[in-house]
Design a protein around this ligand. Structure first.
Ligand code: FES
Length: 376
């Protein structure tokens, strides 16, 4: 019988499966190696290098997300060399854009000048729109670094605000490529990719057009994958902060797939939706599931039955409305036969509800005229 291969992680011998990366082994053991560009379920790109680890005998630090575990390896996930490298990467990323989450620096004047510049470009006097929900900010605090070591990089591209659901803030993009992988490898929409070269590099849609004029279907997978504030939902920018909301897991109501999602609820109102990382959708959502939640709290929703009389609606109780519907259906069936009635159900309700509807049609209304409407 083949012995399972093993390596040493922070001095502890651990076994691994062939094909596992160092990062995967560490995660299985609940050893926290920070990542930025790594997107679960896609091929590692090794772009950000925040996940570097020290491997005894290796000439350089290795990106744990892209390095396969090998037998006998001696891996150190948080050695002084590793910490130093991570601090440098974070400092470079912080100075690469408008990361104004109070980690900019200790010099009051420089901070104020930087903050005023960012406020001007943001069109808001609040700190970063994803304050409290930013991987880079988390890492800056974890490794106690600020962005003052290097000169700030000037903003090269203006913010793209013309899209219906998404704001693209290129000044905060760290070019980790997670949005590209989310779009191309997870959702397979192939709407965005890296464009231009060198310092001019930018994530673009075909022809560098706004998303609204591209192949983008606004599933929002890129927004969910973005670890910083470069891609933000338009409706909640600066409005919804994570500490103000609680998450409620539920099933999407738009179709029969049963995607699992988190409703972010504030003051009993749904203010944002994200995909839950479980079957069947494993975190992904479509445009309806992710952005089509405003109807839930719409003041135009019907909250009680309406009966139309002489061309006008009037409010009625449920008992009165149900009695009227039952009475009219009975009358029509008895006078003209079951085939004079059709039942239209919906792809948005559950299988169980559709089953009950067809049972009601066949057994009570005595008709086989059952269909569904798949539209919104
Ligand atoms: Fe491994 Fe970015 S997370 S290189």
């Amino acid at each position: 019988m083949n012995k399972q291969p093993s390596l040493f992680m922070n001095g502890r011998e651990v076994t691994f499966e062939n094909g596992e990366s160092i990062l995967e082994v560490a995660r299985r053991l609940q050893i926290d190696i920070p990542t930025l560009c790594h997107l679960k379920g896609t091929t590692p790109t090794g772009a950000c290098r925040i996940c570097v680890v020290e491997v005894e005998g290796a000439r350089t630090l290795l990106a744990s997300c892209a390095t396969p575990a090998a037998p006998g390896m001696k891996v150190f996930t948080e050695s002084p060399k590793v910490v130093e490298a991570r601090r440098l990467i974070i400092q470079l990323l912080l100075s690469s854009g408008n990361h104004n989450c109070a980690v900019r620096g200790s010099d009051d004047q420089e901070w104020t000048a930087f903050q005023l510049k960012v406020q001007g470009e943001d069109g808001s006097d609040e700190l970063c729109p994803v304050w409290g929900d930013c991987r880079l900010q988390d890492l800056a605090y974890r490794y106690q670094v600020s962005g003052e070591r290097f000169a700030a990089t000037p903003t090269r591209y203006p913010m793209e605000t013309v899209n219906p659901f998404i704001i693209r803030d290129f000044s905060r993009c760290i070019q980790c490529g997670r949005c590209v992988q989310a779009c191309n490898d997870v959702q397979v929409n192939n709407a965005i990719n890296f464009g231009y070269r060198g310092p001019a590099t930018k994530i673009i849609a075909a022809g560098d057009r706004p998303l609204k004029d591209s192949d983008c279907v606004f599933c929002g997978e890129c927004v969910q994958a973005c670890p910083v504030g470069a891609l933000v939902e338009k409706d909640v920018r600066y409005d919804v902060r994570p500490w103000e909301t609680r998450k409620v897991r539920t099933t999407c109501s738009y179709c029969g797939v049963g995607c699992q999602l988190h409703l972010h609820v504030r003051d009993n109102r749904v203010v944002k939706v994200t995909g839950a990382e479980i079957a069947p959708n494993h975190g992904s959502l479509c445009v309806k599931g992710r952005f089509g939640y405003h109807f839930v709290g719409s003041p135009e929703r019907l909250t009680e039955p309406l009966i139309k009389e002489n061309g006008q609606f009037r409010r009625a109780s449920w008992d009165e409305a149900l009695d009227q519907v039952a009475g009219r259906l009975r009358q029509i069936r008895d006078a003209h036969g079951g085939d004079s009635i059709g039942v239209l159900t919906s792809a948005r309700i559950t299988n169980e509800e559709n089953y009950i509807a067809q049972k009601f049609a066949r057994a009570v209304l005595e008709t086989n005229n059952v269909d569904h409407c798949a539209r919104l």
